[in-house]
Ligand binder design. Structure first.
Ligand SMILES: C[S@@+](CC[C@H](N)C(=O)[O-])C[C@H]1O[C@@H](n2cnc3c(N)ncnc32)[C@H](O)[C@@H]1O
Length: 241
């Protein structure tokens, strides 16, 4: 809560240019007393959204935990919350690998709390890489810093045991990510979409949200997967191509 309060104050200070110098100084000194990062599993994050997913992921990925040579792919890594959890809890064998695709630009997201501005986006990638170092697994991680809709076309077919789609939240991008990622997922592999319900409360237009894309995917690929979960996240097990 204290990290989020600091972010909220910093966001207000950036957005409310008309605030007088005394109020600015008072707010800034309150923010300064609050921590900038939340520390989880030895890593540092400015925002940690991953906690609510831990139970479901532990269940859906239990068969991969501790196994050798597991290959995972993540679209959207940001500061590395989901990546670090995977490395510390599922991809624990040193032969496992995780490919992370991220533009590190925060495009296609809500800007409710604009943690990063165009001038300091490099800090997000630095924090991601620092967190991967903190879990001691740089050798297991491949970073592809480009739009997933392009990068996915070059990835091998039927390779990954797990794919997580949490990049751009625009429906057009989520649909492309889903169709392209499906080809790279092994039969028997698990595919998870984040933020099925995201954006409704913010009043974002239908096509600025993941839901229509995820629903279209579930409809068109029906019969080829088993539905494991449909709530804040959607998870399917691939049965066949
Ligand atoms: C919600 S965040 C990912 C959060 C992360 N999975 C976690 O658990 O902390 C979404 C990320 O997707 C990235 N992104 C946005 N559009 C993208 C695109 N077209 N291709 C790849 N990454 C993208 C953003 O830079 C951002 O870091």
């Amino acid at each position: 809560m204290r990290v989020v309060s600091r972010l909220a104050i910093e966001t207000l200070l950036r957005r409310l240019g008309w605030l007088g110098p005394e109020i600015r100084q008072a707010l800034a000194s309150v923010a300064d007393k609050m921590p900038r990062y939340v520390e989880i599993g030895g890593c540092k994050f400015t925002l940690y959204y991953f906690l609510p997913h831990v139970l479901a992921w532990s269940r859906h990925l239990a068969h991969l935990r501790g196994k050798a040579n597991v290959a995972a792919l993540e679209i959207g890594s940001m500061e590395g919350a989901s990546a670090c959890w995977l490395l510390q809890n599922i991809l624990t064998h040193s032969s496992c690998n995780l490919t992370c695709i991220d533009t590190f630009t925060l495009s296609g997201q809500s800007n409710a709390l604009d943690i990063y501005e165009p001038g300091n986006l490099g800090a997000m990638r630095d924090l991601f890489e620092d967190n991967i170092r903190r879990v001691g697994r740089q050798q297991s991680v491949t970073i592809i810093a480009e739009p997933s809709q392009i990068a996915l076309r070059r990835l091998p077919l039927s390779l990954y045991d797990f794919i997580y789609i949490d990049g751009s939240h625009m429906a057009i991008h989520v649909l492309q990510d889903a169709v392209l990622a499906w080809q790279s997922l092994k039969p028997g592999g698990v595919l998870t979409f984040d933020d099925f319900e995201w954006g409704e409360d913010e009043g974002l237009g239908r096509l600025c949200r993941p839901k229509p894309a995820i629903e279209a995917f579930l409809d068109i690929f029906s019969g080829r997967y088993e539905l494991l979960d449909k709530g804040a996240q959607v998870t399917v097990l691939k049965i066949c191509e």
